[in-house]
Write a protein that binds this ligand. Structure first.
Ligand SMILES: [Zn+2]
Length: 479
């Protein structure tokens, strides 16, 4: 019982039980052997009672100590008062220098609700203001570097996933929809497929009725639905609360993605598979993908979690769109990535010579494209697979420094390229003769690039419209 907030809840519970027993402060004080004024301090969360006194109060009001120290507000009024105390104690409010409202019996619930409404709006605007695209990029970069320091590996979530899988009876092979349903069931959730999910959401969880709503039918790529259901469960399993800022939002998103990946490719089995493949000098993203029934992208990303940690190999992962723009990236092998002044790499254009881009021009797209690329940081071996979405083509690349290519299938590739990026002469500046030929005679019209990150939109959850979410839940609550 260390914090003021917990003392505040305790105080409300003591008062609730005192009033329930029909006792005044002095009457209860007389029964438990302290002055009424002392009890008042306790009820107002200003003093921490000794356990012996709590026991006496519990006896006198015919309840249990465990009930008194429960973290739940005893009733709606107390919940409102505690929430207002919290809001008024927040840095956002205190910075304004406005005197907090002292809550007395005379203040109606409606008044407190109105004040809370203002506080919520104040906090929402504060969050919106800080999540500028620049702030968002910075948060993204910090998270990427933090994960790089720990080999993109999160032991706690690995263990949590294995525990949940064991409890649901999963032992090996691809994770079935059935097992995912059992996992949800054990958490008290039913998976429901709904055709009318708001477009700003991937899933919605109804905490009151224990339901996780997911989009219907199959998503291209196969593991989409399992992954979404697992991510929704992960919020609950990892104890997530509403994100306080963009960095918090990113961290949560990373954790739920990580949890889903751990369930689809559990550490023990995945590492055994990868270690055997390394021993056979036959590591390949496509084999790992097929063994666990996931997308090429999911398999490649998962390798970044496990391959450094368990196989001692540094590596990189790139998802690049048809324009060469980086959509998703991880690197701990020193591959020279394009970077803006803030150190952000997302949305930057990778070297035209990289396997991630040269694979687009390959004839045979059914197998991985293997290539050695000399860069200013050394030679890298890369395997790239291309794919298509309604938004256009993309490529998934997993690569390693030259010395580690010997563990991978495709190491015998004769494809070679030389990249001197970030030197613009490498692939960004036109050849001198062409520049001379066309200077002043070409007038391209630029395509406007959509922002990589937009500020937090309306509502408490980034990217989601609360009103749509609540309307959706209203529609489904009956059924
Ligand atoms: Zn280049």
């Amino acid at each position: 019982m260390a914090t003021g907030i917990e003392l505040s809840t305790l105080g409300h519970r003591v008062r609730h039980h005192r009033l329930g027993a029909g006792l005044t402060l002095d009457e209860l004080g007389a029964r438990v052997g302290v002055a009424g004024s002392q009890l008042s301090l306790i009820e107002n969360g200003k003093r921490e009672p000794k356990l012996s006194l709590l026991q006496a109060i519990a006896d006198a009001t015919e309840t249990d100590v465990s009930d008194l120290i429960s973290g739940e507000p005893p009733n709606r009024r107390a919940a409102l008062e505690i929430e207002l105390e919290r809001a008024q104690a927040s840095p956002v409010f205190r910075r304004l220098g406005i005197a907090p409202v002292r809550v007395t019996k005379g203040i109606s619930d409606e008044t407190i609700e109105s004040l809370l409404g203002l506080h919520h709006e104040l906090q929402r605007r504060e969050r919106e203001a800080i999540a500028t695209p620049e702030e968002a990029r910075r948060a993204n970069t910090e998270l990427r570097l933090r994960m790089r320091d720990r080999h993109n590996y999160l032991a706690d979530i690995e263990r949590l996933a294995e525990k949940q899988l064991r409890a649901a009876g999963h032992t090996s092979g691809a994770l079935t929809h059935r097992t995912v349903s059992i996992m949800a069931d054990k958490l008290g959730f039913e998976l429901i497929y709904a055709g009318d999910l708001p477009s700003s959401t991937r899933s919605i969880t109804d905490l009151e009725n224990g339901r996780i709503y997911l989009p219907p039918a199959s998503i291209p790529g196969g593991h989409g639905l399992r992954s979404m259901a697992l991510q929704a469960m992960a919020h609950r399993l990892l104890g997530h609360t509403r994100p306080t800022d963009y960095a918090d939002f990113l961290q949560q998103r990373l954790e739920i993605n990580y949890f889903a990946a751990c369930c689809l490719m559990p550490e023990t089995n995945a590492v055994a598979f990868l270690q055997q493949a390394k021993k056979d000098r036959n590591l390949a993203v496509e084999d790992f993908r097929d063994a666990f029934g996931v997308t090429h992208e999911a398999a490649g990303m998962r390798m970044t979690n496990l391959v450094t940690q368990h196989l001692g190999i540094a590596l990189h992962f790139l998802r690049v769109d048809h324009n060469g723009s980086l959509q998703r990236v991880y690197e701990n092998d020193g591959l020279p990535l394009p970077m803006d002044v803030t150190g952000s790499v997302e949305g930057q254009i990778v070297c035209r010579k990289f396997s991630a881009r040269s694979a687009f021009s390959q004839q045979n797209r059914t197998t991985e494209h293997y290539q050695y690329t000399d860069t200013p940081a050394g030679t890298y071996w890369c395997s790239t697979q291309t794919g298509t979405t309604p938004d256009g083509e993309f490529s998934i690349t997993v690569g390693v420094p030259f010395d580690d290519a010997r563990w991978f299938r495709g190491r015998e590739s004769s494809a070679r390229a030389v990249s001197t990026c970030p030197d613009e002469a490498c692939c960004r500046r036109p050849a001198a003769d062409l520049a001379h030929r066309w200077d002043g005679k070409a007038w391209p019209s630029a395509r406007v690039h959509t922002q990589m990150f937009s500020p937090l939109p309306r509502g408490a959850f980034p990217g989601v419209d609360d009103s749509e979410v609540y309307a959706f839940l209203e529609r489904h609550a009956e059924g």
